[in-house]
Design a protein around this ligand. Structure first.
Ligand code: ADP
Ligand code: X15
Length: 399
């Protein structure tokens, strides 16, 4: 892989409008930010540019709105928090490439910072149609003279702000992207063995795809969280109302066979916390993973699974973990995630935890962040990097 361009290579940024693509996709409910880890991680690059006199225009996405404005996905609360963390005022543009964005960008003085409204309020941002994406990228690029890609959590997305804009402006990678890639490189270049990957979470259809390539790289694959039920179902078990990717069952059967062929140890939950509904106070009980009642949904891995997973991590020498083991946002279903996190903290492995919610879980559970070798802001991005894929948002920042 060729090298990422650095901010220094942009030359003197004073007085220049610099569009910074950050990943500010934080948990947000009723305007309240649940975890500001990704905002904190974005601060150094923005401050570095502003300190040099750049006029910084930050752009980012929040959640998955479907290409038009949805107030619950507004970045406005994030602008306020970003301002507090930067220690400077952040002007908020109420649109992304419209009149307010243009006026806000043009009104910036040297060293000032603005944040644009959610990129995904525009269909062009995520469009699979190159022309539609390109048109939106033209408008975004038109706001600035230089581009800095620093949203590591989104570099696996071939989206306008990630992939197309850097093709239209002189560009560089921000310090966060550079630092994340530096750590992940260690996992791809002769990782100490046994090498275990733990997968969970809820973006099942997205992340099942990475398994095919990971099977050629790892010794152990532990599957929990919302990801586990498609595996259990593929093995012929009932999973009730649990999260299920019905259309990927055949693919998962293929993974199970491939793992056996390649001698990769596939570790699945043996018991789960089966709840009557998706709610913090839902009545629940521990059931065998092979016998989830039809009217129940698995919201966490059970106590025997926690022991099993911890045991398979204890002697691993390299571990990558993405995706909570259960719905950790509800205290009753946070035990599995805590058990995996504690197993990694106790181990001597080179351990990396990645993903917005996985990193948030570590902090929410009050666990020491320095118990891990690295906490990455990217889940899917890290996984696709580990697969050995060329990531659109990194390729666009190379020489
Ligand atoms: N069994 C489950 N059923 C439903 N959702 C789950 C389950 N286990 C974990 N989750 C959810 O997965 C979400 C995180 O998934 P994901 O976005 O893939 O992780 P990350 O952000 O770390 O990459 C959390 O909000 C969590 O509540
Ligand atoms: O939260 C993110 O990814 P992650 O959950 O894999 O860590 C990124 O902000 C990317 O978001 P997306 O998966 O909606 O494109």
């Amino acid at each position: 892989m060729s090298t990422l361009r650095t901010i220094d290579e942009l030359g003197d940024v004073r007085g220049k409008r610099v569009l910074v693509r950050s990943d500010l996709n934080v948990p947000l409910a009723d305007g309240v930010i649940g975890d500001d880890g990704r905002i904190r991680a974005s601060v150094p690059t923005i401050n570095e540019l502003a300190d040099q006199g750049a006029r910084v225009i930050v752009c980012a996405h929040l959640g998955r709105p479907k290409g038009s404005p949805q107030p619950e996905f507004s970045l406005k609360p994030v602008a306020a928090r970003l301002g507090e963390l930067l220690g400077r005022e952040v002007r908020f543009a109420t649109d992304t490439v419209g009149d307010d964005a243009k006026a806000t960008a043009l009104a910036l003085a040297d060293g000032e910072v603005a944040l644009l409204e959610n990129l995904r309020f525009n269909a062009g941002e995520t469009s699979k149609d190159d022309a539609e994406r390109g048109e939106f990228a033209d408008a975004l690029a038109g706001l600035a003279e230089l581009y800095v890609g620093d949203g590591f959590g989104a570099v696996h997305r071939k989206h306008a702000s990630v992939y197309d804009v850097p093709q239209r402006l002189p560009h560089a990678a921000g310090g966060l992207v550079a630092a994340e890639v530096e750590v992940l490189k260690k996992l791809t270049e002769s990782p100490a063995r046994p090498y275990a990957v733990v997968l969970g979470g809820a973006k099942v259809s997205d992340k099942l795809g990475v398994i095919a390539n990971l099977l050629g790289k790892v010794d152990r694959l532990l599957i929990g969280g919302g990801m586990a039920y498609t595996f259990l179902k593929a093995q012929g078990h009932e999973v009730g109302n649990s999260l299920l990717q019905e259309d990927q069952l055949d693919q998962v059967r293929g993974f199970i066979e491939e793992a056996a062929k390649r001698d990769v140890e596939l570790v699945l939950p043996v018991d789960v916390l089966a709840a009557t509904e998706f709610a913090a106070d839902a009545p629940h009980e521990v059931v065998e993973a092979t016998a989830i009642p039809a009217d129940r949904e698995g919201l966490d891995i059970g106590p025997r699974s926690r022991e099993l997973f911890a045991g398979r991590l204890a002697d691993a020498r390299t571990v990558f973990w993405n995706g909570p083991m259960g719905v950790f946002e509800f205290d009753a279903f946070a035990g599995g995630t805590r058990a995996v996190a504690e197993a990694l903290i106790a181990s001597e492995a080179f351990s990396v935890v990645g993903g917005g919610d996985s990193a948030a879980a570590v902090r929410k559970l009050g666990l020491p962040e320095d118990g891990f070798s690295h906490i990455s802001t990217g889940g899917g991005a890290s996984l696709e990097y580990l697969e050995g894929k060329t990531l659109p948002g990194l390729a666009a920042l190379e020489d």
